[in-house]
Design a binder for this molecule. Structure first.
Ligand code: BJ8
Length: 428
């Protein structure tokens, strides 16, 4: 999909973007990518695909979306901010879902005209990206689907909705038979809204195909996760994180093939005893808030400290791929219920109680032979900060060293984080 000779400026201008500011963003992200990814030693050769994805994120991939829409396939682009929005439903109505990342600060002063200063960086990031007109995914989206998960997002969508057509899903915060029914209805309400947007009816055939497409991607990610239990780990946490980040933006079928190729190469590396980090490197399980592109800061610090991340319990990790949607359904109603049930099982900190997340973290730490757990919440995220106490207790009971950090997208605390993480890794 790369086309170095193509002039993307008219496309960005056509989307209403601030091209000059966008050049500045691309230069900064390119620098971050080079520092974090291209300095890694002994990467699997198949991760070259990820370099291509990163290189094309704002150019080739956007061109595909725009050209596709002009040709009527996909008919529409739907932007989402949360794992609770089912991609199967969007695909089945002839649209394509893109994750709106907001993993960097952008025009925080502008954003603070709409949201308070002490708002988590992810929320401030998406407000700033929209106000600065620098994200081609936000600008190319025909509709943005939000959700009333945390209080910050719920209220921010009221402001964001003034800038962009936005539809908000009502996600329950407890799991009971009643809320399951409410959530199933909510998934149906989304299906109707997306059908209305695309003018295309969801059929049993298209929904089944949407389920299969997403499941195949999840199966490939599960395979890549499993191979990381080997020692030495065949692929870095940074590349694994980027693989899931790509799953929110790249073409699903193409990415699935690339992930399977990565998994295959990693399986061979395991047989050959080849690792990305030396045998004996300390193994870290990450848990916490999502890491949206280009938020590679923490993983970069961990891995540059000589440790290797061997699993991610988060929305840009296992929560995205650990559960499949049943492929047994034959009617649209049945499949929508199967989709709703699968998504209700996502262990986000908005749920109370949320014991399943602790169980997942301990299970994953054991599966991946982790030496320690690093739990991270984005600054001002009360939910994940709160859950860190229960998580610490669960880790203590399981006898696994644990560390909690809270950070933002800036580099001011880099030095302090490095010192803390190096001390933690040395102690393991
Ligand atoms: S399913 S984790 S993607 S809500 S970090 S904005 S919670 S204050 S991102 Fe999330 Fe969906 Fe849950 Fe996943 Fe609020 Fe916390 Fe900020 Fe957060």
């Amino acid at each position: 999909m790369a086309d170095e000779k193509y002039d993307y400026v008219p496309m960005w201008e056509g989307l209403g973007m601030d091209v000059k500011a966008h050049d500045g963003l691309l230069a900064a992200v390119g620098q971050m990518y080079g520092d974090a990814f291209l300095t890694q030693k002994n990467r699997p050769a198949s991760t070259a695909y990820l370099d291509g994805v990163a290189n094309n994120l704002h150019s080739g991939r956007i061109r595909e979306l725009v050209d596709g829409r002009n040709a009527g396939d996909p008919k529409k682009v739907i932007g989402t901010f949360c794992l609770y929005v089912p991609e199967e439903v969007i695909t089945a109505a002839g649209a394509v879902e893109v994750g709106l990342c907001a993993g960097a600060d952008w025009q925080p002063d502008e954003a603070e005209r709409y949201v308070p200063r002490n708002t988590c960086p992810l929320i401030k990031g998406f407000m700033g990206f929209k106000l600065g007109r620098v994200c081609p995914y936000i600008e190319s989206a025909d509709l943005v689907v939000g959700e009333n998960t945390c209080d910050g997002k719920k209220k921010a969508y009221e402001q964001f909705g003034k800038l962009k057509p936005t539809y908000v899903m009502d996600v329950p915060h407890v799991r009971t038979d009643e809320t399951r029914q409410v959530w199933r209805n909510e998934v149906r309400r989304l299906a109707r809204r997306i059908e209305q947007e695309t003018g295309q009816q969801i059929t049993a055939e298209s929904l089944h195909a949407g389920i299969k497409l997403a499941n195949d991607k999840r199966r490939a990610l599960q395979r890549l996760y499993r191979v990381r239990s080997a020692c030495p780990a065949p692929i870095s946490g940074l590349d694994s994180l980027l693989t899931v980040q790509a799953a929110f933006m790249d073409d699903s079928a193409r990415l699935t093939m690339a992930i399977n190729a990565m998994a295959e190469e990693c399986e061979q590396r395991v047989r050959d005893g080849v690792g990305v980090a030396p045998k004996g490197a300390k193994r870290i399980l990450y848990t916490g808030t999502p890491m949206a592109v280009p938020n590679w800061k923490l993983f970069n610090i961990i891995e540059k400290s000589g440790a290797v991340v061997v699993g991610e319990e988060c929305c840009t990790g296992s929560r995205y791929y650990k559960d499949l949607v049943s492929e047994e359904g034959t009617t649209v109603d049945q499949m929508l219920d199967d989709i709703a049930d699968r998504y209700l099982n996502i262990q986000c900190a908005i749920f109370s109680p949320n014991k399943g997340r602790e169980e997942d973290v301990i299970r994953m730490a054991r599966e991946q032979h982790a030496d320690g757990i690093i739990d991270c919440s984005l600054q001002f995220c009360t939910l994940y900060d709160m859950e860190s106490f229960g998580m610490q207790e669960a880790a203590r009971e399981a006898g696994i060293p644990f560390m909690h950090v809270s950070t933002d997208y800036g580099s001011d605390d880099d030095g302090q984080l490095k010192t803390r993480i190096q001390a933690f890794v040395e102690m393991l």
